[in-house]
Design a binder for this molecule. Structure first.
Ligand SMILES: C[S@@+](CC[C@H](N)C(=O)[O-])C[C@H]1O[C@@H](n2cnc3c(N)ncnc32)[C@H](O)[C@@H]1O
Length: 393
């Protein structure tokens, strides 16, 4: 028997700092009862919404379908709570499964939770139920399981979920190789949305260009093009966690994918100019390969060019750049002239544009030498970074 409900509880996870942008994306998809929390957003809706969230969310890491929430002050209560769930609704003994377990830092500190041990307890509870009910048990595949189970413990409460995404949603399927320090695709999308680059604003101002003068492997450019083309960022992914789940409804998923394909703007003339430069020839080679895989050859233009020479003739435009920001003191000193060049280039050649610099170094940001009109904190992995806005008159 498979598990069917009219309305499900979901949790979409995201990097710290992205939660509000993710909530806006979910509202646009029609999610109900949206609640923003740390590193994620809770929401409710039908299965269709879960599929759309996997396919359309640009800034999420994972989309989880909540099966149960219960108090789990110790490992025995965790085992009992997991065992109460009817696992045969979700997978068969012939399927493979994986268990991801995480706990809030306070639970790890105060309750002494060992995440590896807790993950084994969860797996044992599922496998033991199968042995009793079917006489056989599913096996483990941690890479691409049929069903990935996600358990999160916070304030002594366990939340048990099916991971509908299966793998982090930043893996769009267009990037095989990154140049030095590439941005994650979902962070890049969050920076662009924060900078006001969304499908509606792009449609309203088709003559507004986009430039990344230090584009590396082209992450910002490709994400900007996906937004401009109203393309679902998940269309190129082959693997989702729901494909092997017993609750999956293939016809519904097929329809949602076809709708996404039909909304995709394929006419290059309808997309604004999107251009990238980098001084490193290898980065440009990687960028070209990624742009091709993403289907934007002839639409997104990149070339080898040093920042000092960067120029783009367009009265209006948005410039978003993620310069290197080095972590050690020596590196910071050597990078200061590069940040000063950024400020000079903005003033001299990009009048009338809006520019955003994403950096993990406040010290380097000062070297830009221009007044910032907005600062937003985002986390690039563990590093606290800022997206700084400059309006160039
Ligand atoms: C942090 S990486 C950008 C990563 C990029 N956002 C991505 O996702 O792949 C910084 C880039 O700046 C480039 N760069 C450094 N100095 C430069 C300069 N003077 N002119 C142009 N590009 C430069 C580097 O080659 C590198 O690709």
């Amino acid at each position: 028997m498979s598990f069917q409900k009219d309305i499900y509880d979901y949790f979409a996870t995201a990097a710290l700092g992205i939660e509000q942008i993710l909530a806006q994306e979910l509202a646009a998809l029609g999610a109900q009862e949206i609640q923003v929390s740390k590193a994620g957003v809770r929401f409710r809706g039908p299965l269709e919404l879960g599929y759309k969230a996997c396919l359309w969310l640009r800034t999420a890491n994972r989309v989880l379908l909540v099966l149960s929430r219960f108090p789990a002050p110790d490992s025995d209560s965790l085992y009992r709570g997991v065992r109460k769930i009817h696992w045969t609704d979700h997978l068969t003994y012939k399927d493979t499964l994986a268990v991801d377990f995480s706990a809030s830092s306070s639970d790890i500190a105060t309750r002494g939770v060992h995440t590896h041990f807790a993950a084994l307890k969860v797996k044992d509870a599922i496998v033991d139920q199968f042995r009793v009910v079917t006489g056989d048990r599913p096996s483990i595949d941690t890479a691409t399981p049929d069903v990935r189970i996600n358990v999160y413990l916070t304030n002594g409460e366990a939340t048990v979920c099916i991971d509908l995404s299966g793998d982090s949603l930043h893996l769009r399927g267009y990037r095989r190789e990154g140049s030095a320090a590439p941005l994650k695709e979902n962070l890049a999308a969050a920076l662009l949305l924060q900078a006001g680059w969304n499908t509606d604003s792009v449609r309203e101002q088709p003559d507004r260009a986009f430039l990344d003068p230090m584009c590396g492997s082209a992450t910002l450019l490709i994400e900007a093009a996906l937004i401009a083309a109203n393309a679902a960022p998940g269309l190129m992914r082959r693997y989702y966690g729901f494909l092997g789940w017993q609750g999956h409804v293939p016809k519904l998923w097929q329809r949602i994918k076809e709708e996404a394909q039909s909304q995709h703007v394929t006419n290059a003339k309808k997309i604004p100019r999107i251009v990238g430069y980098d001084s490193d020839a290898r980065a440009i080679r990687i960028a070209i390969a990624n742009i091709e895989r993403a289907g934007f050859t002839g639409i997104v233009h990149v070339e080898k060019c040093d920042l000092k020479m960067a120029e783009l003739t367009s009265k209006k435009g948005l410039l978003v750049v993620n310069p290197p920001y080095g972590e050690r003191l020596g590196e910071i000193e050597t990078l200061k002239p590069l940040y000063k060049d950024l400020g000079d280039v903005f003033k001299q050649r990009f009048k009338g544009w809006e520019a955003y610099v994403f950096t993990g170094s406040r010290e380097l940001a000062k070297s830009v030498g221009l007044k910032t009109t907005q600062k937003t904190v985002f986390y690039n992995g563990p590093i606290e970074c800022r997206l700084l806005k400059y309006e160039i008159f």
